[in-house]
Design a protein around this ligand. Structure first.
Ligand SMILES: Cc1cc2nc3c(=O)[nH]c(=O)nc-3n(C[C@H](O)[C@H](O)[C@H](O)COP(=O)(O)OP(=O)(O)OC[C@H]3O[C@@H](n4cnc5c(N)ncnc54)[C@H](O)[C@@H]3O)c2cc1C
Length: 327
């Protein structure tokens, strides 16, 4: 059996591993302590936050089919949120997501889907791949301490485009187009309350402001902790403020929250901030994955299609079908 190294245990990397595991010896290397990448959950005392992906949809038959057993087993569930659109500080529309196509979340937390996918796979956590070196007809992977992580026939990078560009061997034929992909940043403000603020909706798209999204995270199904609010900055504001001090970003986003939605968060018992350097990417044309059969290298991620869970899944699923034919 050929040996495949997959770098990154987000949705794309795990999809690829699940799809190829029966026909190859697959190892996934993940730099973090947990699975899921940007489909992430953070615990702060008793407060729980999905500080990356908020919800996901299934527009393609392939992804809907993949989700069927996850829904049947209860760790992917509909979130029938009371949803509003806020423009220039005013609610301009309101509807319940029970009416219309499903908006899914994972339960009891967003990274549960990744945890389930990783079961039965060889995933090595807290293993950052820092260097990939050719050795005869194989690739050797090294961590940041120069320790060898293993030797493989194929290497697939399922990490954000800029990181893939930095890590991939220069001989990879897709370096040019991958180097052109532009991912954008985002700030996630996490607010925990023992006394819930007076908000009569659970999810909001915001326009004409520097925040783009507000949700009552603890209202998602399967959560039993105290009230939490999650606020996302716009990508534009984050890009302009990537190096701004954490306290300044928090102060500004709290002001915006009050101005846009009338929510005064001064009574919050927990205030946290996460900076996503590579959060999202606009819809892409072109290749849905990158593969170089001559070099036995590939790269994939949501950034091939669109910054969405469904896109990460589809790009990796399609790469897996092509890769299997090469093994
Ligand atoms: C704030 C935010 C909100 C979002 N909201 C939504 C939403 O509501 N709906 C939706 O569908 N999508 C949303 N997304 C997008 C969604 O999260 C992504 O499309 C999806 O998670 C991408 O999956 P991926 O596997 O391609 O990449 P990632 O999830 O980024 O996975 C890459 C993995 O590689 C690891 N890694 C990186 N470098 C290395 C290395 N050198 N060695 C080892 N491991 C490494 C990382 O730690 C990470 O776990 C959001 C994203 C963010 C950040």
């Amino acid at each position: 059996m050929k040996r495949i190294a997959i770098v990154g245990a987000g949705v794309a990397g795990l999809t690829l591993a699940v799809e190829t595991n029966a026909v190859a010896e697959v190892t996934v290397f993940e730099k973090s302590r947990g699975y899921g990448g940007r489909m992430a959950t953070r615990q702060a005392d008793s407060f729980q936050f999905d500080h990356g992906t908020q919800f996901f949809t299934a527009k393609s038959e392939q992804f809907a089919h993949f989700l069927e057993p996850c829904i049947a087993q209860g760790y992917v569930v509909r979130w029938d949120a009371e949803f509003v659109e806020i423009e220039s500080g005013k609610i301009i529309s309101r509807r319940n997501w029970a009416e219309g196509p499903p908006h899914y979340v994972c339960a009891p937390k967003m990274n549960e889907l990744a945890r389930q996918m990783a079961a039965g796979l060889d995933v090595i956590l807290e293993a950052r791949v820092a260097k990939i070196v050719e050795s005869g007809s194989r690739w050797q992977l090294y961590d940041q301490n120069q320790a060898m992580l293993g030797e493989f026939d194929w290497v697939v990078l399922s990490i954000p485009a800029a990181q893939a560009f930095d890590l991939m061997p220069v001989s990879f034929c897709a370096r040019g187009p991958i180097g052109q992909k532009q991912m954008l940043g985002c700030y996630s403000l996490m607010l925990g309350f023992t006394q819930a603020p007076p908000v009569d909706w659970q999810a909001a798209f915001v326009s004409e402001a520097d925040i783009s999204w507000i949700s009552n995270d603890s209202s998602k199904p399967g959560r039993h902790g105290p009230y939490t609010l999650l606020v996302h900055s716009t990508n534009r504001w984050a890009e302009a403020n990537m190096d701004t001090a954490t306290e300044t970003v928090i102060e500004y986003l709290l002001q915006e929250l009050e101005q846009v939605a009338g929510i005064n968060a001064s009574s919050a018992d927990h205030v946290g901030l996460h900076r996503w350097r590579y959060a999202n990417i606009a819809k892409q044309d072109g290749e849905r994955f990158f593969i170089d059969p001559g070099q036995r290298l590939a790269a994939v991620g949501d950034w091939c299609i669109h910054g969405r869970i469904e896109a990460a899944y589809l790009a990796a699923y399609e790469l897996a079908q092509t890769l299997k034919a090469q093994l």
